[in-house]
Design a protein around this ligand. Sequence first.
Ligand SMILES: *Cc1c(COP(=O)(O)O)cnc(C)c1O
Length: 392
Amino acid sequence: MIKDGKFGKYGGIFVPELLIPALEELEAAFLKYKDHTKFNNELEYYLSEFAGRPTSLYYAKNLSVKLGCKIYLKREDLLHTGAHKINNTLGQGLLAKYMGKERLIAETGAGQHGIATAVVGALFGFPTDVYMGSADIERQKLNVLRMELSGTRVLSVESGSKTLKDAINQALRDWITNVETTHYLIGSTVGPHPYPEMVKHFQSVIGLETRQQIIEKEEKLPDAVIACVGGGSNALGIFSAFLNDKNVELIGAEGGGDGPGGRNGATLTYGTEGVLHGSLSFVLQDHDGQISEAHSVSAGLDYPGVGPEHSQLKVTGRAKYVPIMDKEALRGFELLSKYEGIIPALESSHAVACAEKYAKKPENKGKTIIVNLSGRGDKDMHIVSQKMGVKA
Ligand SMILES: *Cc1c(COP(=O)(O)O)cnc(C)c1O
C-alpha cells in the first residue's frame, strides 16, 4: 500500500482514482532503486560524465568584500543545460528505464524543464513528448527548437490560458491513457506523492556536495543557506543536507513580482492553503479558490503553487521565505555579473538579492552564507536587455 506522502498536514495524493496504480508502481520502483548499488552507480556516472558533477562551491571574494559577509556560490549554473533541473531528469529518466517504461512525457512553461527532459530522452533513447501551452510556445521559440533538436515532440496546448497549468492538465490526461508504457517526468518537488519526495531525493546531491565542500573550506557549517523557490526543488536539494542543523538558517527567496498587492509568484508569503496539481500546499488563489495567475520576471518562479514540504518548513519555522521583487532580482543579476563575472539565471538572481538583504542587516555582519546558484543567465538575456532598455 502506498504511503500517504504527507509533510505534516501538507502533500498527499489528490488525483483521479485511475492514477493511483501508476503512483503505487512509481513509489515501489523509487523505494527499490533509491538505495540500489547498480542504479546509483549508473546515475552517478551520468551525473558526473554527462552533466558535469560535482559542481564547485566557489568563494565569491569580490562580492564578499562588497557585502561584508563570506559568500559562497554553489555552481549549479555550470551543469549541462545550464541549471540544476538535469539532476532530477537524469534520476527519473534512469528510473523509468529500470521500470521498463518505453516513453517519457513532461510539461513545461518557459521550456527549461522541457529541455532537461528532452536531453535525457535522447540520452536514454526514449520517445519523448513535452506539452507546452501555445502562448508559451510563441514566447519561447528557441527553447522549442532546442527540444526538437534532441528528438522531442513539443505538443501545443490550446485550452484555457494556453500556459503551464493547461499543459499540466494535458500531460495528466496523456498519462492516464498511456500509464502502462509511459513515465510522467515532473520537474519540481510538486505534484502527488511520491513526486515531492522523489524529486527532493534526486536533487539532494546538491546538499550532500555542499556540506562536504563547506566543511573542507571553512571547517564549520555555514550560518545561512539561501536558494530561490519556484516549485522548490533546488532549494530542497541544498536544504536537505542542513535540515537537522538548527543553527544553519534556511532561507527561500520567492518571486515577489511587483511587490505587495501587485502580481507576484510568492506563494508562501501571499498564498493560502489549497489543493493544486495533486497535493495540499500553499496556493495563490482568490476567495472562491480560483487559482491566480502568478507573475515573476523569471519564468521558473512564475508558478501559483509550491512544493508541500516547503509549506511544512514554513509553518514549523525551520525555513524562512522572503519575497524578492522583480526590480530587486534584476539588481542581484547585475551585482553578480559585475562583481564576479558570473551571469546568473533570473531565478537564481532572487537568491543573490536575498543574500544581499541578509548581509545588510547589522547582526549578520561577517557571517558565512551559501547561495545556491541554480542556473546560468544566458536564457534571460533578452528579458534583461528589455528591462535595462538596451537594444539587443
Ligand atoms: C526551474 C528553475 C528554478 C525553479 O524551480 P525549483 O523547482 O524551485 O528549483 C530555479 N532556477 C532555475 C535556474 C530554474 O531553471
